[in-house]
Ligand binder design. Structure first.
Ligand SMILES: Cc1cc2nc3c(=O)[nH]c(=O)nc-3n(C[C@H](O)[C@H](O)[C@H](O)COP(=O)(O)OP(=O)(O)OC[C@H]3O[C@@H](n4cnc5c(N)ncnc54)[C@H](O)[C@@H]3O)c2cc1C
Length: 506
């Protein structure tokens, strides 16, 4: 953490860490509550988070835009059912402008850690470099679950002398024309990239470790009539959003738990494979060997056809190492490539914390989470008062829009922050026993889910602990966050005459 001893910045009401969907949503809801004394600390130079960073060809959401957007900022203009990354980024930028967030942004502010000053009832937020630290009564940690690009742990990765591109840091200056390209990974980003690359490159080899379940993604252009209807009758758009919401909720029955519907999801996946892939050997190579839902479902109509293009080849031999000119696989072949695209996902913090966090009595959250993260309703952690998380432990959706979950978190935490400020509280600290009770229930419910059914995925820690997913319907997740149960918190009031004196009131 940077040290600016001697300087004493004013204590602001709220510091939001991260300027992606979550940080911006939190900022808007704070303003709507009449809370204006906040900053958004963003390490990058622009807003947008995921959608600023993921600009690879074909990047798009795989939840319909009508649902992958905030209900408090409806957009009748979505061009397609599933919009591309540039359109989603445009939506975020428009939202930010409409709600006047620009003065609150502090770009180039990389937060290096936060420490709770128990005497003063505030967080000291460290910023990288010479930038003055920030002091805030409350903090919203919205640094994103998928914000740090992850490279695989393959031997020789530094020996490779060709061009390397990570899907989340696309190099738009690189010309793929006439190039031999290798793609490592076959997850959600890869299935969007490969259909674009086969159009541009001389050859594309796709290196697959585990084939995923691929389901049809019927992407339709929004007709001018529909747009006009949604512009004139906002209730019609709300209805459309609700329809998408409940459609996805019903999918939970087959995706979150094993049920007869899981079989239906798998039948749809198998039918798509049979319809699109005629070669029996390729079909076999692409057939998943785990239960549908255990890993993220892949929504695409273009991936299988792209793999069968003359200039594309699927490689299923395990990668042994990278060499100077390409990729060596277990059967002893070196696949030469001018460029390797790493569609290998992100460094996800399932254990430890994204930044150092020091709470009451010098408690270090990374130590407490070293075997896996846990929180109260995914938004608060006992011993770390006045700190609220978005996309916290066990808030991941397997079947519905992340933004539905995020909106519920935001409304909850804005209510909590409002309480701290309005009641002039020194601390709002969730009680340990309430947090433990919540987590015991979450872990018990997780045992019945597909994610904990034995397959390996980024949802689990090395020990198989699931700190990532919420084991239920989005409706249940949203409902449990509807009210701030003050009984679940230790509530400590501030004394007006001396900041350091605090009186417990609950
Ligand atoms: C390619 C891709 C497609 C996706 N598609 C979908 C989809 O279709 N449906 C769905 O439900 N979900 C999807 N997701 C999940 C997606 O991450 C979330 O839906 C959402 O964008 C996350 O928003 P966020 O604000 O939490 O995080 P981010 O968008 O990652 O924003 C976090 C911000 O915090 C900043 N930051 C991080 N650390 C620091 C620090 N220490 N100091 C200062 N700033 C910091 C980052 O620079 C970033 O700007 C997708 C994710 C990816 C990567």
């Amino acid at each position: 953490m940077s040290n600016t001893a001697g300087t004493h910045p004013r204590t602001i009401d709220v510091a939001i860490i991260g300027g992606g969907f979550a940080g911006i949503g939190a900022a808007i809801r704070l303003k709507q509550r009449g809370i204006h004394d906040f900053v958004i600390l963003e390490r990058g130079t622009a807003i947008g988070g995921t959608w600023r960073d993921n600009t690879y060809p074909g990047a798009a959401c795989d939840i319909p835009s009508r649902l992958y957007s905030y209900s408090f900022a409806p957009n009748p203009e979505w061009s397609h059912t599933y919009s591309g990354s540039d359109e989603i980024l445009g939506y975020i930028q428009t939202m930010s402008a409409e709600f006047g967030l620009a003065p609150h942004f502090r770009f180039g502010h990389n937060v290096t850690g936060i420490v709770f000053d128990e005497g003063a009832g505030r967080w000291d937020v460290g910023i990288e470099g010479d930038t003055e630290n920030v002091r805030a009564r409350t903090v919203v940690l919205a640094s994103g679950p998928l914000a740090n690009a992850g490279f695989p742990n393959i031997p020789g990765i530094d020996d490779y002398a060709g061009h390397k591109i990570h899907s989340a840091r696309w190099d738009h200056d690189y010309d793929f024309t006439g190039k031999k390209v290798a793609v490592i990974g076959t997850g959600a980003s890869a299935v969007q990239i490969v259909p674009e690359l086969v159009e541009r490159a001389a050859s594309v080899k796709v290196f697959q470790r585990t084939p995923g379940w691929v389901l049809p993604r019927v992407n339709r252009r929004t007709s001018p009539v529909t747009k006009e209807l949604f512009r004139r009758v906002p209730a019609a758009e709300r209805l459309s959003r609700q329809a998408w919401f409940y459609g996805h909720e019903s999918v939970a029955l087959g995706v979150v738990w094993k049920s007869p519907l899981t079989r239906v999801v798998e039948l749809v996946g198998r039918a798509q494979l049979r319809r699109q892939v005629k070669d029996p050997w390729l079909r076999r190579q692409l057939t998943p060997e785990f239960r549908a839902g255990c890993k993220r479902l892949l929504m695409t109509d273009d991936y299988y056809p792209a793999l069968q293009r003359d200039n594309c080849k699927l490689v299923t031999w395990p990668i042994v190492r990278l060499a100077e000119r390409g990729i060596r696989t277990a059967e002893g072949v070196e696949h030469q490539a001018d460029c390797i695209v790493f569609a290998t996902g992100f460094e996800v913090s399932k254990a430890g914390t994204p930044i150092p966090i020091v709470g009451r009595d010098g408690r270090v959250l990374a130590q407490e989470w070293s075997r896996g993260a846990y929180a109260y309703k995914s938004v608060a952690v006992s011993g770390y008062p006045n700190l609220f998380l978005t996309f916290g432990p066990n808030s991941g959706p397997g079947h519905n829009s992340a933004l539905v979950y995020m909106e519920a978190q935001i409304d909850y935490l804005v209510g909590a922050i409002d309480t701290v400020l309005r009641e002039d509280l020194h601390m709002l600290d969730v009680r340990q026993e309430r947090q433990d009770r919540h987590n015991a229930a979450i872990q018990r419910r997780l045992t019945a889910t597909t994610w904990n059914s034995g397959c390996r995925s980024w949802y689990l820690t090395e020990d198989g602990f699931n700190a990532t997913m919420y084991p239920g319907f989005a409706t249940q997740y949203v409902n449990q966050l509807r009210t701030l149960e003050l009984d679940d918190y230790e509530v400590v009031a501030r004394r007006a005459d001396h900041e350091a004196d605090a009186i417990p009131i609950a």
